[in-house]
Design a protein around this ligand. Structure first.
Ligand code: NAP
Length: 507
């Protein structure tokens, strides 16, 4: 044996971030141990492994941004930093016995449905295998997006992306250009500003920024959360409940969000005294249209004398000169792209070939869509964790992931109940119906009406990323697999069709 992956597994999970590890725990709890976790890197953690930029932290409180089945009474802060979240995922891996399932350096190169055998043929960087079910948990924030900037290759200095921080490169004393004003950039700016010689922020669109109610979690609180677990649950419940109550403003009554805009304006006013800079930093769209950002240090950093804000996108690079779309020119030694991720054009989709010989990316050329955020027609026994329209604008993605894990667990149970060699393929009519209703609801949301462009929208302006409801509602609609929404595939008879026999099931 050359150590390369071989053989057949019941389930192949792709990715070992919150989604992949959660899926693995759920499978084990269901008594399924015949699975592997295929991970392209050499450690678990997903986006919390890859994002290690200075200041990286989560802006959702840790007691909510963690698995309900793996509470951590020891969270150090309300909003814990990346090292603590990453360490938490390492502990989850150990405590739930997931190490033996992990296959590192195993980037999935292709997944091809075999209609005769009713399984997936999986090619990875470490070899090939077949799997009855594939759980794609690659996440939407895993592949960095760097815009195509003319002349970028002529830049003689350091070019990096927020999600691929080079800790060996010293920014101290350098002229640094930060590109973008998203959740990543606003954490990086205050973290590096004191050390760099000059910081130029290329701001294409100003974000709405609210105060961040962060604080250390006291020893007494930790003690209480350890000794009296109900206090931990109550804390989580409160954090959850407050966010659930906010949802209708985002999805049905965006005008109500206007009240929060004055909070954000005051927050800026306290730190930025220069009216011209304040005007430049004030958004002209409804708060919530783009992700609302939380920071107490972003505005104070921008008000420092070594910081310039260019109110334009980076349009061109000529050697060490960066040119804004307004024609402004800036000299820089280093460029940091905080330009986000390939969210609506998931790279994994190009690698998955389904029943009809087309890839998921081809099927999704007019926009991603799935049934209940998980399954796509023509891709049997293939489930996505954090699939289309499962993102949130205001709460913890772990709640959505756990709801999808319930769906995965029931999917596996249904396969067992139906018995034999079998696959479930989402009916096109069910996928269409689900998405038609979803898009109808989308028309009233702040993401569609707020007057901004965001990564929530795809190239056609369609929102294929965010869930237009509460997390409670999503949990309810993903509790069980409705077999009426699926075609049941069984292996073809010897002289049968190449796509497998589709059998109706009484439900
Ligand atoms: P992002 O929200 O997609 O932001 C990308 C930024 O790059 C935008 O400000 C965009 O401007 C800008 N941009 C793109 N091309 C540009 C150009 N040529 N010149 C100037 N600016 C340009 O990416 P992100 O900040 O990495 O955040 C992505 C998501 O990750 C977040 O929304 C959040 O869900 C997650 N995240 C979470 C946390 C957390 O605390 N939990 C922290 C970091 C990230 P426009 O606005 O004009 O498009």
């Amino acid at each position: 044996m050359d150590g390369r992956e071989r053989g057949h597994v019941r389930v192949a999970v792709i990715g070992s971030g919150f989604g992949g590890l959660g899926a693995a725990v759920r499978l084990r709890r269901q008594g399924i141990t015949d699975f592997v976790i295929l991970e392209r890197a050499d450690a678990v953690g997903g986006t919390w492994r890859d994002n290690s930029y200075p200041g990286c932290a989560c802006d959702v409180p840790s007691h909510l941004y963690s698995f309900s089945f793996a509470p951590n009474p020891e969270w150090p802060r309300n909003f814990s930093g990346q090292p603590h979240i990453r360490a938490y995922l390492e502990r989850v891996t150990d405590i739930f016995g997931l190490r033996p399932h992990l296959r590192f350096q195993s980037e999935v190169r292709s997944l091809r449905w075999n209609a005769e055998a009713l399984h997936w043929e999986v090619e990875t960087a470490s070899g090939s295998l077949t799997a009855e079910v594939v759980v794609s948990a690659t996440g939407p924030l895993s592949d960095p997006k760097v815009p195509e900037i003319p002349g970028l290759d002529t830049f003689p200095g350091k070019v990096s992306h927020s999600a691929r921080w080079d800790h060996d490169y010293d920014l101290r004393g350098k002229r640094v250009a930060m590109i973008g004003t998203g959740a990543s950039a606003i954490q990086i700016v205050p973290a590096i500003q004191p050390d760099v010689q000059r910081l130029t922020l290329f701001q294409r669109t100003p974000p709405w920024v609210l105060p961040r109610a962060d604080r250390r979690i006291s020893a007494a609180e930790k003690w209480l959360h350890t000794k009296v677990p109900a206090t931990r649950a109550a804390r989580r419940g409160l954090l959850w409940g407050i966010r659930e109550m906010q949802v209708s403003a985002f999805t049905k009554r965006p005008e109500r969000l206007g009240l929060i805009e004055s909070l954000a304006r005051n927050h800026m006013k306290k730190a930025v005294k220069d009216p011209a800079l304040r005007a430049a930093l004030t958004p002209d769209y409804r708060i919530g249209c783009k992700r609302i950002l939380l920071s107490n240090t972003y505005y104070p950093a921008l008000a420092q004398p070594n910081v310039d804000v260019v109110t334009a996108g980076l349009a061109e690079v000529r050697g060490s000169t960066l040119v804004g779309s307004d024609g402004s020119e800036v000299e820089a030694d280093a460029i940091v792209f905080g330009t986000g991720f390939h969210v609506t054009d998931l790279p994994i989709a190009k690698r998955v070939t389904g029943v009809h010989g087309t890839t998921l990316a081809e099927e999704w050329k007019d926009g991603m869509e799935a049934l209940r955020g998980a399954t796509a027609a023509g891709f049997p026994n293939f489930l996505t964790i954090i699939g289309p329209n499962t993102g949130l604008g205001n709460s913890s993605m772990i709640l959505m992931i756990e709801a999808q894990l319930n769906y995965l667990a029931d999917f596996m149970r249904q396969l067992d109940v139906l018995g034999g060699k079998i696959a479930l393929d989402a009916r096109p009519s069910a996928v269409q119906d689900w998405n038609r209703k979803l898009q109808q609801r989308m028309t009233r949301t702040v993401w569609s009406t707020g007057g901004c462009d965001s990564w929530y929208l795809d190239a056609n302006g369609r929102n294929s990323t965010v869930w237009p409801g509460t997390t409670g509602e999503f949990k309810k609609v993903t509790r069980q697999v409705d077999l009426a929404e699926y075609e049941v595939l069984r292996p073809p008879k010897p002289a049968g069709s190449s796509t497998g026999e589709r059998a109706e099931v009484a439900v």
